[in-house]
Design a protein around this ligand. Sequence first.
Ligand code: FCB
Length: 467
Amino acid sequence: MELRLPKDFFMGAAMSGPQTEGAYRTGGKLENIWDTWSDLSISDFYNKVGSYVGNNFYEKYEEDIKLFKSLGLDSFRTSIQWSRLMDQDQKLNPEGADFYHKVCACAKEQRIELFMNLYHFDMPAYLFRKGGWENREVVEAYATYARTAFREFGKEITYWFTFNEPIVEPDQRYRDGLWYPFIQDAKRGMAVQYHLSLAHCLAVREFQKAKEEGFLLPEAKIGLINCFAPPYTKEDPSPEDLEALRMEDGVKNRWWLDLVAEGRLPKDILETLKDSGLLPDIRPGDEQILAMGRVDWLGFNYYHPSRVQAPREKFDQKGYPKYADAYVWPEAKMNIYRGWEIYPKGIYDFGMKMKEEYPNLKFFISENGMGVEHEDRFRDKEGQIQDDYRIEFVKEHLEWILKAIQDGAKCMGYHYWGLIDNWSWNNAFKNRYGMVEVDLAGNYQRRWKKSAAWIQEVIRAREQEIS
Ligand code: FCB
């Protein structure tokens, strides 16, 4: 297959505020939940690198945006940090706003389309102390934050997103207990998932209001970004395996897809949750809120598929039903550094699912990338990292995307995750994703890896085709 990118197909980079900015105490920025965890237990972070540093985007945003331009990229996603934009009284922090105005102005000057996301796992600490996403007051606070952002930057940004991967916090923080505050409670996880859904809908409502009131550009669009792991089970499944597949797909994928495409949550899933004692606290009036969740388009972060089978044990340690266990496919090709399966065809299968089940919803690949440990091993004599594995990874994924488009998927673009190495939560800088290296010991200096020149060529080839 040849890599011929279609016309009008976004090619860009994805990153986030909390993973890049650093400057965690500059300009009135409040403590966020990552700072809290870093302060509490720095040894939980790889090489004891906490939330404080990012990749110094706060200082280097101009250089970075110019770098995107030089690679030929047309778009770039980052996120506003709630804890930078707003103060403790839920009012705008002018110094924080000033930073994002500068980012917007620079992107405009470089003619890079900015995709702005509002929340990327970065709850302000004072709201976390009030119960975080378990508390509906915090859902309201998020709506206030979204309203403030739409009004403040409405004339500077076309592409808005409410959340990145709302699936992650319920799992990592509340169900599997892997991230601070390390809770393992399916019921609390479900409450968080539900409140995130309401928060998304309230932000969409604020977006529509801001549009009606003339605060936004007429062409402004709102979207949601999630990591949809296309689910698979064994080749010869039992009815129990198929039930595991239904719940895995239902809770993790259909939940969000139905919400953003149809303005409701999947009925069969709510019923099963009810039978299991896991139904969240759905209040009168919520249905109307959920109905507002429809978006203009969807961001699909794709790293790996999800393979499941019937659970070995029926209940977890709290007595809630277990829906599925992981299934290790004997033929899986693994990214051993991150422990994620590499399965490029999953991106195509998702495209076909969208075509069949949500034919009116456009989407783009909002993240895809490969994190590798100890990339130093791959330096050539001139010191450049020869990341051929990354080139192969991206090429294979782009090929399957192009095939999906040929077969009718409405895929509008591709953003490479972490184009410049950045801070990956508690893994910090363990696995490097970038096509551009960041020298942590050398003042965060940026250096192209081999894949940077490769992606530049792929984009150039498209330009030649257009002209
Ligand atoms: C995704 C997150 C992103 C980054 C990549 C590696 O799940 O959205 O912030 O950490 O994984």
